[in-house]
Design a protein around this ligand. Structure first.
Ligand code: IPD
Ligand code: CA
Ligand code: CA
Length: 266
């Protein structure tokens, strides 16, 4: 599989951040048992990873903009291009020693995502996609699952947590979806959830109250793997809009319908 120079830059940045996160993850596992816990240590690991990615990307393309979760947005002199980065997606997992986290890097060109990389250093899964060039995990081509019915499907989701929004609204969605599907999973890392849909591991996924860096790379992976992505209402505002529904043609359509069903009468 031939990678463009730009995708290579993104892969190198993700691998370098991954090395740093891997070292820190080892330390976090030791700190689990300490009284103070690994909280501060994890915030530092997160910021360090973003610094690594930012430096690598801006070294290669100094005029591009940079939107990362952990720092002020940099508006580039090149108005068309912007990097969108979550240096550590799955922070709660990382903090608890659960190996489901990763770095997500997307490149936006004139409002469209044209390249994406998601790397989980704990499993060494490197997901890559370029617009028109397909999606891959460690150089193996990805394809969304072929299941046609929700009743055979495993669906990923995000669950609002302490301080999170709209617990009641989520419970209504969950009530409807769980009545139709074979299983529901909550990984705790939306970028990996989307990569899992692209890889056919999950048949679908939905979550609300997300940020552009959670979904930018993953949505390209899914489209390049033959899948469908929309916001919760079935529209196209899924990068900035905060909500996302993903799956193959059949499961995506069914999931949009089921997740929007009204509150059942008592
Ligand atoms: C969060 C987590 C969480 C999801 C949130 C995300 P972070 O990202 O991935 O699972 O439900 O919506 O914002 O803080 O780990 O980068
Ligand atoms: Ca995130
Ligand atoms: Ca993050």
């Amino acid at each position: 599989m031939a990678r463009s120079a730009l995708l290579n830059v993104m892969v190198q940045a993700a691998l370098k951040a991954g090395k740093s996160l891997s070292r820190d993850f080892g330390e976090v596992q030791n700190l689990q048992v300490s009284l103070k816990g690994p909280g501060n240590y994890v915030s530092q690991a997160d910021r360090k990873a973003e610094k690594i990615v930012r430096e690598e990307l801006l070294k290669a393309r100094p005029t591009y903009g940079f939107l990362g979760e952990e720092s002020e947005e940099i508006v580039g002199t090149d108005g068309a291009h912007r990097w969108i980065v979550d240096p550590l997606d799955g922070t709660t997992n990382f903090l608890h020693g659960i190996p489901l986290f990763g770095t997500s890097i997307a490149l936006e060109r004139s409002g469209e995502i044209v390249a994406g990389v998601i790397y989980n250093p704990a499993t060494d899964d490197l997901f890559t996609a370029e617009r028109g060039g397909g999606a891959f995990v460690n150089d193996r081509r990805l394809r969304v699952s072929g299941r046609k019915n929700l009743s055979d499907s495993v669906i990923g989701c995000g669950v609002p947590h302490l301080g999170g929004r709209q617990h009641g609204r989520f419970l209504v969605q969950l009530r409807h979806v769980m009545g139709e599907v074979a299983g529901i999973r909550r990984l705790g890392s939306p970028s990996l959830d989307l990569a899992y849909v692209a890889a056919g591991r999950f048949d679908g996924f939905w979550e609300e109250y997300l940020s552009p860096w959670d979904v930018a790379a993953g949505t390209l992976l899914i489209r390049e793997a033959g899948g469908f992505v929309s916001d919760l209402s079935g529209g196209n505002d899924f990068i900035e809009g905060g909500s996302i529904v993903a799956g193959n043609e059949h499961i995506h359509k069914a999931l949009v319908e089921v997740a929007n069903r009204p509150i059942p009468k008592a």
